[in-house]
Design a protein around this ligand. Structure first.
Ligand code: ADQ
Length: 483
């Protein structure tokens, strides 16, 4: 029987080794949830890195790890610390990530990173070949694995391969600066279907293929040898029901049973009932525009001083890639900015910014989403941005205002949000004022449209639409080749 093979850098489970033995805990991230409909029922296998390098894996536990992963229909690719250094922290996060998010000056073109990236992509491809059969459908995820489709295609010319990029694909003028640009495109073109979050990323990719490889492109079809490769946009949704239900459950929790975090939020709200809470949640990443947002907040308070003591900005930043130098510097910059602004503007009763640098459990995320009057998300570039969608999904009474950067992929589908340019402080100050004073009826009208759309195009629909298009593509190719 044919299977679906999913491949991503990280597996959707986390291994925990303790005195009590080994456990594999399923992750609750967006991708893991979204793939549930595809990754179920014994007809699929998920291949990826387990989260433990070879050096961190006790040899006596190897077999147990494989067994634990097998129970979740997962299989691991082993990576050494050195491989992680060059492949993940190197080429993926110091070359591709900054380049594809338009931070050209951060992008490092290191031959050693590239060589390790190639070698590790080959390892993933070899694992796929070993664990799959002719006739299986393969879905490769994200920028860490862009060479895998071609590497698999070489050994399995007739296999159906899909690829989805979770980050932006940059314009040709940016992409062309990459020394290994042709190899990356050729790697991706091993696929039958290549998916992006937005139509713009799709256009940028097609333009690079046409101009760098000189291939024939018609609408969103690329002609390569005897194959036609389809390129399309599939905007990723969220598990809408999960967020909505969690918010409903949250309302029903009695005062005594609320989380400590919520109790703190409640007591602050009670002590200053007129204070509006403005929320921002991101991984601590320079692409998310956190430092600019803090500066824009200071600008707002200076432009509209009447809102001092009437608003509070909550910044929740999840630690991320902290061994990459730029992330260390950013952490320092944000610490200093928050310290300076709070030092200069705080009063006895008021601290303008609450800053948390940590990952929070799901229920606390819901506490924050449901307690905040405004969500303010200002990425300088973002493939999609799921936080924007999650905030809207938790607004059970339909109040709340979303201020969203037009540089986020999600802005394309969220026109009812207040869209801003994160580089324009004047506009953001005025938009914050507008959000604070927006009548409830207007908030509700906007959120009604947003919620309806999010409910319909949820993450399961996203996964099914991609798989459906990939299956249709394989049938077309079969007809095309056999004509
Ligand atoms: P990310 O850059 O990680 O994803 P995003 O889409 O916003 O960005 O997803 C972040 C996820 O982490 C959200 O589901 C959020 O709930 C969760 N999260 C954030 N802060 C948290 C915290 N402190 N504690 C716990 N959970 C937290 C990449 C791309 C995006 C694209 C996604 C999916 O960069 O542009 O939307 O993949 O394709």
């Amino acid at each position: 029987m044919s299977k679906t093979i999913i491949i991503s850098n990280r597996l959707p489970v986390q291994l925990q080794i303790s005195d009590g033995g080994l456990t594999a805990i399923p992750s609750v991230g967006g991708l893991a949830t979204g793939m549930k409909s595809v990754h179920s029922g014994g007809e699929s296998l998920w291949i990826g890195w387990s989260g433990l390098t070879d050096e961190e894996t006790p040899p006596e536990l190897e077999a147990d790890i494989d067994k634990a992963l097998e129970q979740h229909a997962c299989a691991k690719v082993n990576l050494t610390e050195k491989e992680m250094e060059g492949f993940y922290f190197g080429f993926s996060n110091r070359t591709v990530w900054p380049l594809f998010h338009y931070f050209l000056e951060y992008s490092e073109f290191e031959l050693e990173f590239w060589n390790t990236y190639k070698a590790v992509n080959q390892k993933f491809a070899d694992a796929i070949i070993e664990k799959s059969n002719e006739g299986d459908t393969i879905w490769v995820h994200d920028y860490q694995l862009m060479l895998v489709p071609q590497m698999v295609r070489e050994k399995r010319p007739n296999t159906s391969i899909g690829f989805f990029l979770h980050i932006p694909f940059p314009s040709y003028e940016i992409f062309r600066t990459l020394p290994w640009r042709e190899e990356v495109l050729e790697g991706l073109l091993g696929s039958d279907l290549i998916g992006f979050h937005t139509y713009d990323y799709e256009r940028h990719f097609l333009s690079s293929v046409r101009r760098l490889l000189g291939l024939e492109v018609s609408f969103n079809d690329i002609y390569l040898d005897n194959r036609v490769i389809k390129v399309d946009s599939f905007p990723m949704g969220i598990d809408y029901k999960k967020f909505k239900d969690a918010a409903i459950a949250h309302e029903q929790i009695t005062k005594e049973n609320r989380t400590d975090f919520q109790k703190k939020l409640d007591s602050h709200k009670a002590s200053a009932p007129d204070t509006k809470l403005i929320l921002s949640i991101d991984r601590l990443d320079y692409s998310k525009g956190i430092a600019k947002r803090i500066n824009a907040f200071e600008y707002f308070l200076n432009k509209y001083p009447e809102y001092k003591e009437k608003v509070r900005l909550i910044i929740l930043a999840v630690p991320s890639r902290s061994n990459v130098p730029q992330y260390k510097l950013l952490k320092k910059e944000i610490d200093e900015l928050v310290g300076r602004i709070n030092g200069e503007l705080s009063s006895v009763n008021w601290t303008p910014i609450w800053y948390f640098y940590r990952s929070l459990p799901f229920e606390n995320l819901i506490d924050l989403y449901t307690s905040s009057d405004i969500a303010w998300l200002t990425p300088l570039r973002d493939g999609m941005n799921l936080v924007a969608k999650e905030y809207v999904a938790t607004r059970t009474d339909k109040t709340g205002v979303l201020i969203l950067s037009e540089m986020a992929g999600s802005a394309n589908e969220m026109n009812e949000a207040l869209l801003i340019n994160p580089n324009n402080f004047e506009q953001q100050a005025d938009t914050l004022k507008r959000a604070i004073t927006m009548p409830k009826e207007e908030q509700m009208a906007r959120n009604m449209f947003l919620q309806n759309r999010l409910e319909r195009y949820n993450v399961e629909v996203w996964a099914n639409e991609f798989m459906g298009a990939l299956n249709r593509k394989s049938e077309d190719n079969y007809t095309f080749v056999s004509q």
